[in-house]
Design a protein. Structure first.
Length: 640
């Protein structure tokens, strides 16, 4: 039996016939009509995530073994790859070279996000579980590039709410705590080292809303508070200056609407000189620098797509050369050796996952390593275009519209796809969900509603306490704009989203029930009260911040009740498909259970897909295949 909704019993739920299996059968009848299958869009790549070893002699990459992503190693100049991990239950979550001979990687269990750290030699020998602790999550602080056998990680080993920094030996597994973090009332929620790997900055969160950025000139000194901020304004350290050990490059929006990159002297407690980078329309992103030459290379930022302003002429010329060798693509140097003369380069676009290349700077030679998804022809994919529209209160909202090939000028079925987060943003690039839907004849609309990041502090803050209110209105106004523009067939508009996007899906059919023909909720919030009661323990230090951004369960009780779809079941008449990972630590399965049970108690059959080896989204490819096939069946049933 497949683990669909019939395996997941809801307390007090009346027995109703399953319909998720019917959706799979429906899409099975249609799949032969299309050039590309669901599997083509969502299968694991044969080779991806390439990284050069520090000496540049070897490549490591992720590839499938028994349907799970594992780590492989091969010589950089070519040769047979060696698989060095043997994971069969869960994809490896990420990896990197600790030194020329050893690779470290992370994985969780069933989507619980309690990532553990493992290490293995490049030939597959000497495997070791470096963090063999139950229900412990790790985070990276410093890979200690100049100290080959050690890393600095954070672990919530002593208290699930608090991460403490540890120096960890990747050969022996020996570890040493570097600093305490034992006060839940004033937890340290961030740590930062200097270029020598010394722990110099700690960020303390008070009451979930205030931050104290603490500094010390040397590790034998105590931390002292230098900067105090509220979460509504931020100073985010990036890395230390190469010449002045007290100065740190930071992203800051203190005293400004859009964040800028500045230099901050932590000894004096003041900003130094003019901003390093600022953009008039969007927030500054991050800085690139050369560890070898100890110079800034450029600033990364996102307008409608990712862009770089280069400061270093040598790096500018290298980028110009790469773009001439690989025209028509966004070209990114994703990895280099320590000498910075050999690079792994990847291409990107909105219609392709791109390819990896090996670039030798000294010889000015480039060699293609692999296409990531060679079974997809980018000429068959649909372009993703930036759009903007006015919300009903005059607010300018940015977004993206993907129209199926050769469908311009027609009134089309449209899938509204609000992003998760919600405090992130959509940006230009290849999205397999979007391309799958476009291949089936659906236009896809992705609005960056207010509350999305990247457009300045005021636009972000306009989303505070607006779940189900102004944030949702922006999505609704986007649908109306699509209809008025002649893009959308008003009788064939669907809404689909994950996480916050799943919440927006439920809110859409609860508060604007006549707008949508059908809806798909993927790991979405249904009840704002229970959502904040079931957050993972390591989010607890930020609970008061959530209260300010989403709403306080007592002070904003009426607003949260009004914005919770589960309390407006009587208004829902749109066909709904709900999808959930049973081990989701962010959006507890109870969120999906509540909405499904409430609708079924009204006698409404809601297809409900639950996967018991997944968390906040489906990682295992067979689960992805099943979900997207069922979703296509659901859309076909209600949109055509």
């Amino acid at each position: 039996m497949s683990n669909l909704e019939q395996e997941h019993e809801l307390p007090g739920n009346p027995s109703l016939p399953s319909s998720a299996e019917d959706l799979l059968r429906l899409i099975g009848r249609e799949e032969g009509d299309y050039k590309y299958s669901v599997e083509d869009f969502f299968r694991n790549p044969e080779q991806t995530g390439f990284q050069l070893s520090p000496n540049g002699d070897y490549l490591a990459y992720a590839g499938p073994y028994e349907r799970r992503q594992n780590v492989f190693v091969c010589p950089a100049e070519g040769g047979e790859p060696v698989r060095i991990t043997q994971e069969t239950e869960r994809d490896i979550g990420g990896f990197f070279w600790a030194n020329n001979n050893r690779i470290v990687y992370v994985k969780d269990s069933g989507g619980d996000e309690n990532f553990q750290l493992f290490a293995v030699d490049r030939d597959g020998g000497n495997p070791r579980d470096l963090t063999p602790f139950q229900n412990v999550k790790i985070e990276f602080i410093d890979d200690l590039e100049d100290q080959e056998d050690e890393l600095i990680i954070g672990m919530n080993k002593e208290n699930p709410m608090l991460f403490e920094p540890y120096r960890l030996n990747v050969q022996t597994g020996a570890y040493q705590r570097l600093a305490p973090n034992d006060n839940p009332e004033e937890p340290i929620t961030g740590w930062m080292t200097d270029h020598a790997g010394r722990l110099r900055i700690a960020i303390k969160t008070l009451n979930g809303v205030n931050q104290h950025i603490m500094y010390r000139a040397a590790e034998d000194q105590p931390f002292r508070t230098v900067v105090k901020t509220n979460f509504k304004e931020s100073l985010s350290p990036l890395f230390f200056d190469f010449d002045d050990g007290h100065v740190v490059y930071c992203v800051s929006d203190i005293g400004r609407d859009r964040s800028e990159i500045i230099r901050f002297d932590f000894e004096k407690g003041e900003e130094v000189g003019s901003p390093v980078f600022a953009h008039p329309e969007v927030d500054a992103g991050s800085l690139l620098y050369s560890r070898k030459r100890k110079v800034l290379l450029g600033a990364v930022y996102t307008t409608w797509k990712r862009q770089i302003e280069f400061f270093d002429e040598q790096r500018r010329q290298m980028q110009k050369r790469l773009e001439s060798l690989l025209p028509g693509y966004e070209v990114v140097a994703v990895s280099s050796n320590r000498a910075e003369d050999k690079y792994m380069v990847r291409t990107f676009s909105d219609r392709s996952l791109g390819a990896y290349y090996f670039y030798d700077l000294r010889q000015d030679s480039i060699r293609k390593i692999t296409e990531i998804s060679p079974w997809l022809n980018e000429e068959d994919m649909a372009p993703m275009k930036p759009v903007s529209y006015k919300a009903k209160d005059g607010e300018e909202v940015q977004g993206y519209l993907t129209v199926p090939k050769n469908k311009e000028g027609e009134k089309m079925p449209v899938v509204i796809n609000p992003h998760g987060g919600p405090w992130v943003r959509d940006s230009w690039g290849y999205n397999p969900e979007v391309q799958l839907l476009a291949s089936r004849g659906y236009a896809v609309f992705q609005p960056n509603y207010r509350g999305s990041t990247g457009y300045g502090k005021s636009f972000w803050m306009k989303g505070f306490k607006q779940w189900g209110h102004d944030m949702q209105n922006d999505i609704t106004d986007g649908v109306k704009w699509l209809i008025d523009s002649g893009v959308a067939d008003p009788k064939r508009v669907a809404i689909y989203g994950a996480s916050y996007g799943g919440y927006a899906t439920l809110a859409g059919i609860a508060f604007t029930p006549d707008l949508y023909a059908c809806a798909v909720d993927y790991v979405g919030v249904s009840n704002l009260f229970t959502f904040m009661e079931t957050i993972p323990p390591y989010w607890k230090p930020y609970l008061d911040m959530l209260y300010e951004m989403v709403g306080h369960p007592e002070e904003d009780k009426d607003r949260l009740h009004a914005g919770s779809p589960v309390f407006h079941i009587d208004q829902i008449k749109t066909p709904l498909f709900v999808v959930q990972g049973a081990n989701d630590p962010r959006v507890n399965i109870d969120e999906s259970d509540q909405i499904v049970q409430s609708l079924r108690e009204r006698g409404i059959d809601v297809p409900y897909m639950v996967k018991y080896n997944e968390g906040h989204g489906f990682s295992n490819e067979e689960n992805r295949f099943e979900f997207y096939k069922a979703m296509l069946g659901f859309l076909a049933k209600h949109m055509k």
